[in-house]
Structures are given as C-alpha cells and as structure tokens.
Design a protein around this ligand. Sequence first.
Ligand code: NOJ
Ligand code: CA
Length: 676
Amino acid sequence: MGAAAAFALPLAAYAQDAQPSVTATSPDGSIVLTVSTDNDQRPTYSISRKGKLLIAPSKLGFLLTDAIAMERGFAITGSEKASADTTWEQPWGESRYVRDHHNEILVHFKQSADWGGRLMDVRFRLFDNGVGFRYEIPKQPAMTTMNIADEITEFDVASKGTAWWIPGGEWNRYEQIYQKTPIDCVSTAHTPVTMRLDDGTHLSFHEAALVDYSGYWLKHVTGGLFRTTLAPSPDGPRVSRKLPFDTPWRTIRIAPDAAGLVENNLELNLNEPNKEGDVSWFKPMKYVGIWWGMITGKWTWAEGPKHGATTERAMKTIDFAAKHHFGGVLVEGWNRGWNGNWLGHGDQFSFTRATPDFDLDKVAAYAKKKGVQLIGHNETGGDIANYEAQMEDAFRLYHSLGMNSVKTGYVADAGGINAPGDKPGTIKMEWHDGQRNVEHHLKVVKMAARYHIAIDSHEPVKDTGLRRTYPNWIDREGARGMEYNSWGKFANPPGHEATLVYTRMLSGPMDFTPGVLTLEGANGVPMASTLAKQLGLYLAIYSPIQMAADFTDNLAKFPKELDFISRVPANWSESHLIAGSVGEYAIFARKDRNSDDWYLGGVNDADQRTLTLNFDFLDPGKTYTATIYKDGEGATYLTDARHRIAIETRTFRKGDTYKLWLAPGGGAAIRLHPGK
Ligand code: NOJ
Ligand code: CA
C-alpha cells in the first residue's frame, strides 16, 4: 500500500490491520504501559497509573533528511521482557545508595517495504515512579546512517493541570524565569518540564543519558499533546548517527506528590554505571572566591586598574578559606583573553597563560600549603574550537599544580557556539544543546578525568544524569543563579528558588552560588531574600561544591551565619523533601554522609507561611541539639527587615513536631547534632 492510498482509505479499513498490543507494568503494578500501532500503522504507547489514563496513545518515530520518515507502516514483530532490582552507590550526592527497581519491555518494530522497510526497537523501563524509553536502531540492510531531521515522539497528557517551564530555543539558553501556566499554554519548552495535574499527580518530562545526540525541547502541539523537537544543527540533519545506536531515554517522572517528584532517581537509574572507577580524588566541598567582585562590577575579569585576579587578593582569599574551613577558592579572570569583547568571541582566551599580575605557580603553591583547592576557571565564550585545542595542556598544567576542579563557561547566545568547521579555517555555529556541543562537553569531561579534574560547567547543556557514568562532571549552572540578583531589574523573583527545586533541580546538581549575606548586588541593589533564606539555600539546592558567594570581608561580618555555612555538608547519605509545594516552598531534611548530623532547611516564595514540621526522619533513641536559623519576627524580603534572623538552640527527638514560620522571601536552616 503506497503513501497516497494510505491517506485515501477510510479508517475502518485499517482496523483489521492493527497489530496486537503489548503491555508491561511497573514492579508494584501501578503503572501500566501499552504499546501498539494505530490505524495508519504508526507505533504508539500509552501510560496509565492506578487505572487512570495519564498519557493517551502517543506516536513514536522520526523524520529523516534523506529518506522517507520512520513513522507509518510499522508492525510489532516481537517483544521481550526483563526486570531488575539492584542498589548502587554514588561516590557523592544527595543520597548514598540508589535503588533501581524496574520492569522492562523491548518492543521490535518493522516497517513494510513500501514505507522503507526499516527496523526500530523501543526499550521501555517501568519504575513505580516513572517511565523511561529509548529507541534502539539496530544494524539493518535498509540504512547505515540515520540522518534525523527531527524526532517526533509524542506525549499526550490526558488530564488538565498546571505547568512550570522555560522556553526552549530562546537567546538566553536556560537562564530564564520560570513560567507557571495551564498545561495547554506551554509553548516550546526546555526540559525538565514540570506538570501538576488537577488530581494532584506530579509529572516531569525530561531525558536521560544525552550522549552523541541533540537535546530535545518539548513542543506543544494542541491541548495536552506535546512532541519532541531536537535542538537545531548548522547541517541538514539535527542528529546524524551510524547504525547501530541508541537514543537518549525519554523520561516521565510520575508521582502522587511533590516529594515523590523530587525524591526520584529515574534519570540516574537510566544512565550507565560509573565508567571512571575510583574518583575519591574529588571531595565535595564549599568554596569562596573573588567572583562577587566581578558580578557586582567592583572588580573586572579584564586586566587594568580594577583587575580582580591579583596574586595578593588570591592569597588573601586562600587565608580566609583556610581559617573558615572552606575547601576551595575560585579566582576568575586569572588568565589572558578577557581584555576584548570576549562575550561570544572566545578565540583570545588562553587556558595556560596567566595575566602579569597573577602568579599562578605561587598562588597554587600557597593554596597547597594551606590545604585549600585552587579551582580553575575556563571561560570559553562559547568557542569550543579554541578550548578543544588547549584543554589537554590546560588540564595537565592544573594537575601538575595540585588542582582538581575547573569551572568552565560558555557565555554565548543560543546558537552561538563556535565549533571547528569541516575544512581548516572554517567554523560552524552550534547550539548549546546540539549534537556537536553535547559531544564537546563529554570530550572535556573525559579528558579532565584523565588528569583528575572535576568539571562544573556554566552555560552548559542540561544535565541528564550523566554524573552517574562520569562522576567528575560534578555540577552545572543551566538556570538563573545568584548572579541575577546583582543585576537590579533582572533579579530573580522571590519564588525562583522554590521553583528551581521542582524544575531545573530534577535534572541534577546546580552551582547556584548561595551565601550573599549582605543581600546586596551591584550598587547596593537589595535582593528578594531574607538572611535566613541564604542559609536555607544550602539545603534546598544541591551541589557537591557550594559557594559562599559574598565578598569574604562581608562573610566575616556575619560570624554566626558563616559558622553555619562552613559546617553544612555538600555530600549526604540521604535526603528527603519533608514539606513542599511546587513554586511555593521546599524544606529538606538531609543526613550528613560523614557524621550522624542531620540538617533541615529550605526556601519560601513571596507569601509568608507557617509549617508544622515532623521530625520523624531523625534516628531513633537519640537526642539532638539543634541550632536553628530562622526568619526573625517581622522579617520580609521587601524591606530592610530582610536581615532579621532568629538564632536559637533547643533539643529534638524523633517524632517531635515543630512550627516554623517562613517570612515573605524567607527560609530557614537547622543543624541537628546528636548529643546535648
Ligand atoms: C557567566 C557565569 O554564570 C559566571 O559565573 C561567570 O563568572 C561569568 N560567566 C564569566 O565566566
Ligand atoms: Ca550564567
């Protein structure tokens, strides 16, 4: 049957052609998957939870640039089932052990000869709190390379509800304010996209193991119907792959509540196990630096009278770090290349040559002597051609100086990544989440691992759980961080962090850089935060490296708060969201990986509220001395009362309850130490 005939026939004519469906369930049976083909022999899947349809039949397939689409004319030729229940250990993270309990079904599809005769397998993994599936394109006679114009995987959300999302494909990459809209008012969004259905079910659409492929944006079609659209490429196809290959996993977290959405390891479980072996050379830590000086405009990255990265200032910062038990010091602007218009013009950057007023050898030796890690900084301006040419020399140099982490940066507008062209002397403009830049990031991470360097990427590609496979990829930016609070009218709104917890943070750790205790940005511009919230951020937004971002002189003016920051861990044995609502508030309880201490805290949006917290999480039989940092009476982000903080001590035992008032724009942090 030809394409034209297929359109002409009445639907009923296909009913008899429809293939039998295959089904699979999650381990507890609550989530049911049905895979089928529709009346035009297009592969489809649907998902229900506890008998209620969540994802209505949604199509699977690809548009190609050089062959007829892999869309119609498919039949299911077989399927195989498997299941697993294992527990694996993270070298660092929000929790030490992760359980991977799933059922799996691999469905084989074959297209009829007149539609191209291609083979396509789809592997589904069903967990009790989510579903992941990927295409596996086997070796086959019909094609050797797949040139993908777009992926047309659908997600037909069967109920109404609310969505939290940022637009995909816009100039500022992932650094945008989250929008809260009805589901059918989403346009094209970066993932993770969070939805709360009217019955309270929480969903998150994202992907896992984005390797050698373009990131997808979730494109709204109509009503509850969405489909994938891949980040563009300067070449014809958005993705080009030799067969056989697997796509990244398309993931849907499915949970009855906010905690189930957050305490959910779907993407990590869908990534490959650690390929780097022992990474104990990287230790989670907190760090300070001179960064806030450049962000507020007091100092500059570029050389000149206001140059921030001087030898003397770096050594002073190292002294501060050593005195207050910070593991690391970040000194940006230490290298050559910042003097021109570096934004989007990264070809001038050297990653091995320091400015004349910065003695790298001396600073690195001083850091080593003081037991502090000097954190490298490699801003590329998005010029990955320049960076790829230098990175091995750079990592070798840093390793020889005893450094073991580097913050990278890709400041360039979306679509402004400068990659080597096909011929010498030519360039290609790529997207931050296009196939070429996805490849670039992994090249950097793998090369860095060879020199025992951990990578913190800013202006990155979104995280898709690759830290499991490459645990030296410790964190990323990939959202609006603290820096925006320095920039007056561009500041983050008071509910920003309580939104990040349920959106961006579902993808992985973020270098948000909390800890601006003066609550002031450039020219003294006030932030939409209370002082207690700055401490709560260390519990709300996870990263294995956490900055105390304020000027060190300012941090010293807040000795009690500084004491909390220098104690709060960046590595946990378990983490639980004990109170929270998407975009409104988030309170976590986390247990230190290296002691029996518990920490509790988090952030609030613009509306004050009182929560009754249950201390059920504490270990039984112990009495804990708690140091509580909470919003003081009358505190509000709206006035100078933002600095009102109440610091108290009391004891808690498992099962105690506690009433906690959160100010408008507020937060809280509690350290619980066993013993009196
Ligand atoms: C933007 C990053 O977000 C910031 O942290 C960094 O300091 C500048 N780029 C310069 O690399
Ligand atoms: Ca940034």
